[in-house]
Each structure stands twice: as structure tokens, then as C-alpha cells.
Design a binder for this molecule. Structure first.
Ligand code: GLU
Length: 312
């Protein structure tokens, strides 16, 4: 595939793939956050943003959904920019786990670090590094960071935030265990509150493709020309996305699709094709591992059609 693949060609390809999977209804809504159980299961959108700033979409482009775990690599990036690699690495490892995103962590035996920034334990450790002094101030920092990647003003979904705040005791337990080992700052309730806020920002499929395109474009948003993250950190995010981005499907994903990516339980998946494009897919019916069923299929089809695997 070349970087000059015409947007019109991508547009007809994603429309074809969209039509092919439009009626697929396998999977379930992730209802462990009660409010996520109320979304329309039929939502489906595919979006591509090229590194020269063109967007093509198919499906429900305007449909908003909460970003959930797709926030994690980006918050890791903000922690890196704020504190530098050495300090961040003192709080988190970079090993894939093969365990569910919310598993009751195995901290590293000697260092006590959580496994990586894309599972909940490591993600909460990263959230605790976001400066602000209060969840509301931290939320402002996160909003600014997300908007550099999307080039668009974002809002938080208050109902999803409240729903997770009322029920997210497992994440609180994970945070308390890490506090015991000094891996998070002492203000546990504030940190977990900010983590719930970070997961509750509303995005659409084109926001996902543009966030991914920004990483594919060495950290510069191709729509706005603004830098979202310093270039040396881009490879840190992409590496973790390739090795840990799709929950317990990460190995299969790297093998079959071969793109740095991140999924979330609300049904989004984004992936970066370095130097070429970002791709975002939304469909809220997820499989047992927490990945969007139609999302994974769309990426497999796109990989086949465009030869996207980074080792091709
Ligand atoms: N807010 C969700 C949680 O921590 C994010 C889960 C996800 O998308 O993986 O449970």
C-alpha cells in the first residue's frame, strides 16, 4: 500500500465493509457499568483520517460514545510529557499480561509496579500522575490533551461518569492495593474519580481516527497542524498499543492485524498506520474479551484489502 492511496478509494472500501457487516449483531453491550447497558446496540461507524488531513467515513459518524480504555495510551502520553520517562517507568511496567483489563493485578514481585499502562492498574497509576490538585482540575488537563488529538471540543458524559463512580469498587480496590505499595499518590478517591472522568469523555469514530492519525503523523494532528505529543514519546505509545492494546486478544491482534491499536469496552477501536493514516471504528456489541465484534472484523477486512500489517 502507498501513502498516496486516494481518499475516494478508501471511502468506497470502507462503505463496502460497512455494508457487509451492517447486520451483524453478535456480542453484548458491556453492562458492568450500568449506563453502558443503555446504549443503542445498532450503532456502527468507520472512519479514516489520512496523515495529510482528509477524513472519510461510513455509517453513524455523529454517534457519540464514551472513550473508556482508549483513553489509556493518551493519558500515559500526558504522564510522560509531564514527568519524563524515568519517573513514569518507576510507576509502571511495560509487560503484556494476558489477563483481563480489570484483573486484580499481579504487581511486579520486586519493583511492585503494575504490569503496563493499558490495564486498569497501570492506567490508574498513570492517572495519579496527572497534575491538577482536584478531579475537576485534572479533567481540564485531560480535556485539553484530548482536544489536541481530536482538533474538536469534547464533553464528558455525566451519566456514564456517575454510573461508573457509583459502581467502580473494583477499580477502587486496585487503587488501594497500589497505594499500599506506593505506586499511586495518596489521594485515592480523587485519582479514581479522575480515572472515571477520563473514561467518560464523549467521542465519535472520526475523533478516534484523528487521534490515531496524530500518532501515525509523529504526534502532529493532521487536521490542525498542532502538536499533541512530543515526537520521542510517540513510539512509546505505539509499542504498548501493539503489544497490549486489545485486552487478552492482543497477541492475536498483533499477529492478524499487526497495527498499534487500542479498544474500549464501549465499543471503540482505534489503530494507527504509521506515516499513513488513523482508523477508528465504533460498534458497541463486544465479545468476551471486551473488544467490539464488528470492530475487529472491520480491521481484519481493512488489513486484507490494504495490506496494512506493519511488518508487511
Ligand atoms: N472505565 C472502564 C473501567 O475501568 C474502562 C474499561 C475499558 O474500556 O477497558 O472499567
Amino acid at each position: 500500500m502507498t501513502s498516496t492511496l486516494a481518499p475516494a478509494k478508501i471511502a468506497s472500501l470502507i462503505e463496502e465493509i460497512y455494508q457487509e457487516h451492517k447486520h451483524l449483531a453478535d456480542g453484548d453491550l458491556a453492562s458492568y457499568i450500568p449506563e453502558l447497558g443503555n446504549v443503542d446496540p445498532r450503532g456502527f461507524a468507520i472512519s479514516v483520517t489520512t496523515v495529510d488531513g482528509q477524513i472519510v467515513t461510513a455509517g453513524d459518524q455523529d454517534r457519540l460514545f464514551t472513550i473508556q480504555s482508549i483513553s489509556k495510551p493518551f493519558v500515559f502520553g500526558l504522564a510522560l510529557e509531564t514527568h519524563g520517562l524515568d519517573h513514569v517507568r518507576s510507576r509502571v511496567n511495560v509487560e503484556p499480561t494476558g489477563e483481563a483489563f480489570h484483573s486484580m493485578i499481579r504487581l511486579d514481585e520486586s519493583s511492585k509496579r503494575p504490569p503496563n499502562p493499558l490495564v486498569n492498574s497501570g492506567a490508574i497509576a498513570m492517572t495519579s500522575l496527572i497534575k491538577g490538585g482536584s478531579p475537576a482540575a485534572g479533567q481540564t488537563s485531560l480535556k485539553h490533551m484530548y482536544e489536541l488529538y481530536t482538533g474538536r471540543v469534547l464533553d464528558m458524559d455525566a451519566a456514564v461518569y456517575e454510573s461508573e463512580k457509583a459502581t467502580g469498587h473494583r477499580n477502587r480496590a486496585i487503587a488501594h492495593l497500589m497505594l499500599h505499595f506506593g505506586m499511586v499518590e495518596p489521594q485515592i478517591e480523587e485519582t479514581v474519580d479522575l480515572y472515571f472522568r477520563q473514561c467518560s469523555f464523549n467521542v465519535n469514530a472520526s475523533d478516534l481516527s484523528t487521534m490515531a492519525a496524530t500518532l501515525a503523523n509523529k504526534g502532529v494532528n493532521p487536521l490542525t497542524g498542532n502538536r499533541a505529543i512530543a515526537e520521542p514519546y510517540v513510539k512509546s505509545l505505539l509499542t504498548l498499543m501493539l503489544t497490549c492494546g486489545l485486552y487478552t486478544y492482543a497477541g492475536e491482534w498483533a499477529f492478524n492485524v499487526g497495527l498499534p491499536a487500542k479498544s474500549g469496552v464501549s465499543g471503540g477501536i482505534l489503530a494507527a498506520v504509521p506515516g499513513k493514516m488513523g482508523i477508528g471504528v465504533y460498534s458497541p456489541l463486544v465479545d468476551k474479551q471486551g473488544n467490539s465484534v464488528r470492530g475487529v472484523r472491520v480491521f481484519k477486512d481493512l488489513e486484507r484489502a490494504l495490506n496494512l500489517h506493519i511488518f508487511n
